[in-house]
Design a protein around this ligand. Structure first.
Ligand SMILES: C[S@@+](CC[C@H](N)C(=O)[O-])C[C@H]1O[C@@H](n2cnc3c(N)ncnc32)[C@H](O)[C@@H]1O
Length: 271
């Protein structure tokens, strides 16, 4: 009898062959747990013929992405990270006539809107473009709407204050029927788009790439490939930001960057 791990590997292989959706390089233990839950919730047996039937149903891929990727995020998640951005990076960004920022793995837009608020408060948002991308179309749909459950707002506004936010946080949204609708002016300079870090390379040259709490779900080899792609798309002297449990230390790009704060903020250096 096939073990469950073999069954999941086979399922991931089929997913790749049929849709080009490649989860094979993700970090295994947590991916296996989530795929296994997806298989049992969708009553998928170990028989590949049954998978094909489900693969062909409308919405299968979106449902799979929604259930298998981890989408948790917060506005101003890790407030110290955002105060470090204000102190160390915004003065650098302010020197450019136009600023390009990429936020890959943006989930439902929480991180992109946090940047928008900080850049606005620093008076430079009008000359910035934030490319906020994710693999999950459901997340992107939510991100474009900029609507968040009201019960998350207590956390967001506490984070905002700890990050050094200058305004009354409630000026950025209107509360309505259990939801907070964020101000349309915040999304003016954000482009939300679908992008898969595993199979698509980047498309621009950025002064800042902030990819936080995404690489942690990837295996080493995949992290190395994605970091190399980031490196090729960060301008000389630009910045790379990662999540608190992520690092470039093991990677081939480590000698081209200097960590500039106790947050995972790396500055590209000329060699
Ligand atoms: C835990 S969330 C991180 C959200 C935000 N960056 C933060 O730090 O709060 C991880 C996000 O990465 C996205 N993701 C996972 N695999 C991806 C891939 N191959 N390409 C692009 N995004 C991916 C998921 O859909 C999810 O929205």
């Amino acid at each position: 009898m096939r073990s469950q791990v073999q069954e999941i590997d086979r399922f991931l292989e089929e997913l790749y062959l049929k849709f080009g959706l490649d989860f094979r390089g993700y970090s295994k233990p947590s991916l296996y747990r989530r795929v296994s839950r997806f298989l049992s919730e969708n009553k998928l047996s170990s028989d590949p013929a049954a998978w094909i039937e489900v693969f062909e149903k409308d919405g299968f891929l979106d449902r799979f992405l929604q259930q298998v990727t981890v989408n948790y995020s917060e506005m101003f998640r890790d407030p110290k990270f955002y105060s470090a951005i204000t102190k160390d990076i915004i003065p650098y960004l302010a020197t450019f006539p136009s600023v390009r920022i990429w936020v890959p793995g943006c989930a439902a837009g929480e991180e992109a809107y946090s940047f928008a608020i900080m850049l606005k408060e620093a008076g430079i948002y009008h000359k910035c473009t934030i490319y906020a991308t994710d693999i999950d179309p459901h997340c992107l749909q939510m991100a474009r709407k900029a609507i968040y459950p009201l019960d998350m707002l207590r956390t967001y506004s506490r984070n905002y204050l700890l990050a050094g936010g200058k305004e009354d946080f409630s000026t950025y949204y209107t509360a309505n029927y259990g939801y907070a609708q964020f101000d349309k002016s915040l999304s003016e300079r954000i482009i939300f788009a679908s992008h898969n870090l595993v199979s698509e390379s980047a498309f621009n040259s950025f002064q800042l790439i902030s990819c936080r709490n995404v690489l942690i779900y990837f295996g080493r080899e995949l992290q190395e490939m994605v970091l190399d792609n980031f490196n090729r798309n960060i301008e000389g002297s630009g910045y790379l930001c990662l999540g608190s449990r992520e690092t470039i230390q093991f990677s081939g790009i480590k000698n081209q960057y200097k960590q500039i704060s106790d947050q995972k903020i790396y500055k590209k250096i000329y060699l």
